[in-house]
Design a protein around this ligand. Structure first.
Ligand SMILES: Cc1cc2nc3c(=O)[nH]c(=O)nc-3n(C[C@H](O)[C@H](O)[C@H](O)COP(=O)(O)OP(=O)(O)OC[C@H]3O[C@@H](n4cnc5c(N)ncnc54)[C@H](O)[C@@H]3O)c2cc1C
Length: 411
């Protein structure tokens, strides 16, 4: 049996490793257009590679995928994050947990790609690097895969070419065209896990200011709520809480004509009345002094400027309505988001229509012997290791299924 895997990212590497480690009698070929395997793995998690999550509870795990979570359930049962961790540790990558994020102890994504490289060399896998697939045609029950220079026939084909975020890593969306050519529908695509730019000019004064725990409401055609840390940038806002909102609203327009409104509660642990009472009870203390334990000074300065309130005045000298406006601002600060910051997207939402892929095998329901894995599928998760978990798990299941299908045939 000839098996060809297109894409040497997380999903393709894991599918290949699964097949070659099974000892099956198969000719395995992994093709990638880059010079090195796993370029996205190497840059992920700021180079430290947050390779999966410590989330073990299935309902919470699948809830971390705004698209595809329910469909992934079988796959996540077959290859849960705990099994992924075990697999890497058995392959010489000791891991550590930070919060719910899992990283190699070395903090080096390159350790993971080196491990796969060694494995493929030991098992004599044919790895064709700098080889861009340009087209795929059905040939009998198999496939004719065309490269820039040359071609190859395979009985089973796994496409794991990723999405089209961070295109300079090689993920340029080619797999969408290949899947379509083989009869598949591609659901609408959108950027997800993005930063946002804001209309307010003062935002650049806050660049670098971070808030550890805020509560957000994002209002466009739909309303989304989330809590988490975030950071002001020169142009707008970014950080885990913002990425989650960008994911929930991935298919909503965000432009100067149709902006999204972001409402931030900077002090979610304190009720409005609690703050009002604290201010009222300190009439001889400067308003700014009372509030600086809740917010960074630069942020308070912007709030005071925006409202035209003098924060250096003692509370008794500030009009009651201004005190209320300041506290309202802390609890419900409004920013106008007018763009998903160009080039900031980490993942592509949308992809190969899940209705057309068997969730128990990753095999196409339209084109037998064709399998998919990774971000190419209409699956995307929040930050925290969920996207790589999707790639490892679907890649592994695709690899196992290719082998199972062949074993079934020879029995
Ligand atoms: C900056 C950044 C940081 C991230 N950090 C994290 C993180 O910490 N944790 C996490 O879980 N997720 C993270 N992600 C997301 C995660 O990296 C991806 O979802 C995951 O790597 C996708 O894996 P994949 O195998 O599906 O596709 P990819 O990694 O995109 O791999 C696809 C491969 O296919 C190859 N290819 C494409 N077209 C062709 C063709 N025509 N011919 C031959 N080869 C082709 C490409 O060269 C590429 O190597 C991050 C993403 C980015 C961009």
């Amino acid at each position: 049996m000839k098996i060809l895997i297109i894409g040497g990212g997380a999903a393709g590497m894991m599918a290949t490793a699964t097949i070659v480690e099974s000892g099956a009698d198969a000719e395995v070929c992994l093709v990638d257009k880059n010079a090195e395997l796993g370029r996205k793995v190497v840059i992920s998690g700021g180079g430290r590679c947050n390779l999966t999550t410590a989330e073990e509870e299935m309902s919470s795990l699948v809830a971390a995928y705004p698209r595809g979570g329910r469909w992934l359930k079988f796959c996540m049962h077959e290859c849960p994050p705990g099994d992924v961790c075990e697999w890497f540790e058995e392959h010489g990558i000791p891991l550590k947990t930070e919060g719910k994020k899992i990283f190699p102890i070395s903090n080096k994504g390159t350790d993971i790609t080196s491990m796969f490289q060694r494995l493929f060399a030991e098992r004599d896998v044919e790895v064709l690097m700098k080889t861009a697939v340009t087209g795929i045609e059905r040939e009998g029950d198999g496939f004719r895969v065309r490269f820039e220079y040359g071609e190859k026939y395979c009985d089973k084909l796994i496409i794991a070419t990723g999405g089209h975020a961070y295109r300079d890593t090689g993920s340029t969306g080619d797999g969408y065209t290949f899947a379509q050519a083989l009869g598949h529908n591609i659901t609408p695509l959108a950027a997800t896990l993005t930063s946002f730019s804001a209309a307010e000019e003062w935002i650049s004064d806050l660049a670098g200011v971070s808030v550890q725990n805020a509560k957000f409401k994002l209002v466009g055609k739909e309303k989304h709520e989330w809590s988490g840390p975030f950071l002001f940038t020169h142009k707008g806002v970014t950080g885990p809480g913002i990425f989650a909102l960008s994911s929930l609203s991935a298919f909503e327009e965000c432009s100067a004509e149709n902006p999204l409104k972001l409402f931030i509660d900077f002090v979610p642990d304190f009720a409005y009345q609690e703050l009002a009472d604290e201010v009222d009870n300190s009439p001889k203390v400067a308003l700014g002094k009372i509030l600086k334990k809740y917010l960074p000074k630069s942020l308070l300065k912007v709030i005071f400027q925006d409202l035209g309130v003098d924060g250096s005045k003692v509370v008794s000298e500030v009009a009651k309505k201004d005190l209320n406006r300041v506290i309202e601002s802390l609890k419900n600060f409004e920013i106008t988001l007018n763009e998903r910051t160009a080039g900031s997207e980490i993942v592509t939402a949308g992809g190969v229509d899940l209705k057309e892929v068997d969730q128990k095998t990753m095999e196409s329901k339209i084109c037998p012997n064709l399998y998919f894995g990774g971000e190419l599928l209409d699956v995307d998760g929040f930050t925290g290791g969920y996207n790589l978990q999707n790639a490892w798990a679907t890649g592994r299941l695709a690899g196992l299924s290719v082998l199972a299908a062949d074993a079934g045939k020879t029995e």
